[in-house]
Ligand binder design. Structure first.
Ligand code: SF4
Length: 288
């Protein structure tokens, strides 16, 4: 790769990250990231033609990204447990781990999550359920929150509903190891109640990061809270299920809402509809 091509690749990656954070509502990254569009022209690099999405109130971090000597070492990053700063997601410190911008990965995300106390659910959980599966999965499956079995084991979807989910995955000729499974919340709500707004707000940024790192082709959302949380909508699962949606935070990722397996256990007559949804998933991933 020529220096020009390498720079263009870096610039495109940086541009994508900036767009992602802007879509999350983050336009200020603190003093260590501050620069101006004018300063971008002062970097000694070969000329390339890339359109930068520099919003009026956004302060791109490109010089920091493109200069490895200004990157923090891994240790200092993993010690910075706060995620995005306090402005958009209340309760967190304003420190932003810089590696997120250029080199995020699942280990970093788990380290940033730490022994999380960003919402009240930490008081009643046993284990954080981060998610598991293929870090390069084409298919991600997102539920709402861990239940009792998951809370006890620290793994997603291992109870009765999880066993049905495994059968659903295998029915479309995948295995659990092929896909990545996660939840909107990483701690169990008491009595398996639905996630509350402040809990989702505190926790969902970690899922956004997991999705951004894994870059699946398709996300299957299970049930109302997962679907509404990921699609930023109040439309119910009954209306959305079975139709491909666009993941609003990254272009090119589809979302297929379907029923939660726990609901299917209670309402087995709905399995036929869920199967229709899964057949669409299978056809999509086969390129049919
Ligand atoms: S649900 Fe998420 S934000 Fe709340 S304590 Fe657990 S890991 Fe932290």
């Amino acid at each position: 790769m020529t220096p020009q091509e390498e720079f263009q690749t870096l610039l495109q990656q940086a541009t994508e990250h900036l767009r992602y954070y802007r879509e999350l509502g983050i336009t200020h990254f603190g003093e260590s990231f501050e620069t101006t569009a004018e300063s971008l022209t002062q970097i000694a690099v070969p000329p390339v033609s890339v359109e930068l999405p520099v919003a009026e109130n956004a302060e791109p971090a490109l010089p920091t990204l493109l200069n490895p000597s200004s990157m923090p070492d891994k240790k200092s990053t993993t010690e910075a447990t706060p995620l995005f700063g306090e402005a958009p997601f209340g309760g967190m410190s304003s420190t932003v781990p810089e590696l997120q911008f250029a080199d995020d990965n699942l280990d970093n995300i788990r380290a940033d999550l730490g022994d999380c106390q960003r919402c009240k659910l930490w008081k009643t959980r046993t284990n954080i359920v981060f998610g598991e599966g293929n870090p390069k999965a084409e298919l991600m499956i997102v539920g709402e929150a861990p239940g009792a079995d998951e809370d006890a084991s620290g793994r997603p979807f291992v109870g009765r509903a999880g066993q049905l989910l495994t059968k659903m995955i295998e029915a479309i000729q995948f295995s659990r190891e092929d896909v990545y499974i996660a939840n909107i919340l990483k701690s169990r709500p008491p009595d398996n109640r639905n996630p509350e707004a402040d809990e989702t707000k505190a926790c969902i940024p970690f899922l956004y990061r997991q999705i951004a790192v894994i870059r699946p082709k398709l996300i299957v959302t299970l049930g109302n809270p997962a679907t509404q949380g990921l699609l930023d909508t109040k439309v119910g699962i009954t209306k959305l299920r079975g139709e491909f949606q666009e993941y609003p935070r990254l272009p090119g990722i589809k979302v297929m809402p379907t029923f939660h397996p726990a609901y299917l256990l209670r309402s087995p007559d709905k399995k036929r509809e869920a199967w229709e949804d899964l057949k669409k998933v299978r056809a999509f991933l086969r390129g049919e």
